[in-house]
Design a protein around this ligand. Structure first.
Ligand code: DSN
Length: 433
């Protein structure tokens, strides 16, 4: 029988089915994306989307909140346990809202904040001039050393002493190395600043025990949930217990109205999944697979920012006289390899053009690709970049990508790999697609 969506809205149904096909036939290498489990998708698509629940568990403004209280309490306690934090607020709709909530809880307009600059890898909410963060607060930026392309701690300390920020933000969207949260804490303590660690990118690696946790070194930790943590789209904040009142007030009623309880239910499932032993194996595989990809790209003669990676992502710096990031990412997508253009340290091109491409292993690892297959992916990437305008090469690589992906799907089915990926509509009702 046709699904409700197919009957009522064939146009949206067709787009969903096509997206499912894209997710199965292309290799997803954007390091901020992932495949949530079937259980996460089920909770996210559940009736909990119906409920208004302003407030917090057992302190709501509406009746009928027994079951959303249950899932929100579960999400909070699972988050606290997973990250060994004093308090968790799981209501932020995104990583951006999570960051905004901490700023609202700790700063006044005009206050000075330090964060990583955008071309070194920082996020829009870490003081990009086009973002509310720079419009409301006085951001001072630290960056990477031009030689090593790693954080320049002498610069961090010098800027902190000079500007006396009220808050120091760590974390990034495009930094391929470990974060030394303890060194940032030392500097923050010296100048009397608070420390907020934005772990949106590496949260799954921290949960899986393969990356250091900032929880002992930062008063606030913010994150999105859909990247390495493999949850629904959303955010959360962790903080010391004594800071919870101001933080909760900043999220609601300060910033948001009714929480998205269906998403919170899916976050609860995600926190539970991330606490299982196989999630630690997943996190280790994400790191190993990214290292295999980096090694292959270096072997193929490409330049990587900072010379490699310690995490789930890497940045290819394209030659100054070569293609732009925009052209390279478009050619790769035509070959079934989905990456994103990205600025690299000291980039002179705009963020819409860029001199780099960013890629990583979280989604393809969830899909089931292993280290040897990441080496093959690396060779395919290099082949496309060497023949950028050659559509025949793109078509040949796209065919190899489809074969590689379908072999991985068959292996998953044979070995019943956990967690199961989404069930495509085609598998439910093949005759109807
Ligand atoms: N857009 C996200 C990323 O791709 O890293 C950051 O919010």
């Amino acid at each position: 029988m046709a699904s409700a969506l197919e009957r009522q809205d064939p146009a949206v149904y067709a787009a969903v089915v096509s997206e499912e096909r894209r997710l199965r036939e292309h290799i997803q290498l954007i390091p901020s994306e992932n495949y949530p489990s079937a259980a996460v998708l089920e909770a996210n698509g559940s009736v909990m989307t119906q409920k208004y629940a302003e407030g917090y568990p057992n302190r709501r403004y509406y009746q009928g909140c027994a079951w959303v209280d249950k899932v929100e309490s579960l999400a909070r306690s699972r988050a606290r346990r997973l990250f060994q934090a004093g308090h968790a607020n799981v209501q932020p709709h995104s990583g951006t809202s999570a960051n905004m909530a901490v700023y609202f809880a700790t700063l006044q307009p005009g206050d000075t904040v330090m964060g990583m600059d955008l071309t070194s890898g920082g996020h829009l909410t870490h003081g990009s001039p086009v973002n509310f963060s720079a419009q409301l607060y006085n951001f001072v930026h630290y960056g990477v050393d031009p030689q090593t392309e790693r954080i320049d701690f002498d610069q961090v300390a010098r800027l902190a002493r000079e500007h006396r920020p009220k808050l120091i933000v760590t974390g990034a969207t495009a930094y391929p190395r470990y974060w030394e949260y303890d060194r940032f804490k030392e500097i923050a303590d010296e100048v009397g600043a608070l420390h907020m660690a934005d772990i949106a990118h590496v949260c799954g690696l921290i949960a899986g025990g393969v990356h250091p946790s900032p929880v002992p070194y930062a008063q606030y930790v913010t994150s999105s949930t859909h990247k390495t943590l493999r949850g629904p789209r959303g955010g959360f904040v962790l903080c010391e217990r004594g800071l919870r009142r101001d933080l909760d007030r900043a999220v609601f009623p300060g910033l948001q109205g009714g929480p998205l309880e269906h998403v919170i239910a899916a976050k609860a499932v995600m926190f539970h999944e991330a606490a299982q032993p196989d999630f630690a194996e997943y996190a280790r595989a994400v790191m190993d697979n990214c290292a295999a990809l980096a090694e292959t790209l270096l072997h193929e003669g490409l330049t990587l920012v900072s010379g490699g990676t310690d995490n789930h992502l890497l940045l290819v710096r394209l030659p100054a006289d070569g293609p732009t990031g925009k052209d390279a990412a478009a050619a790769l997508e035509a070959a079934g390899l989905v990456t994103n253009k990205n600025t690299v340290p000291f980039d002179t091109k705009s963020p819409f053009v860029t001199s780099g491409i960013r890629m990583g292993s979280p989604a393809a690892t969830t899909f089931g690709f292993r280290a040897d297959e990441f080496r093959t992916i690396g060779r395919l990437i290099a082949r496309v970049l060497r023949n950028l305008d050659d559509e025949a090469v793109q078509a040949a690589v796209a065919a190899e990508v489809r074969d590689l992906a379908s072999a991985v799907v068959e292996r998953r089915e044979r070995e019943e790999t956990w967690p199961p990926l989404f069930t495509p509509h085609e598998a439910v009702a093949p005759a109807l697609v």
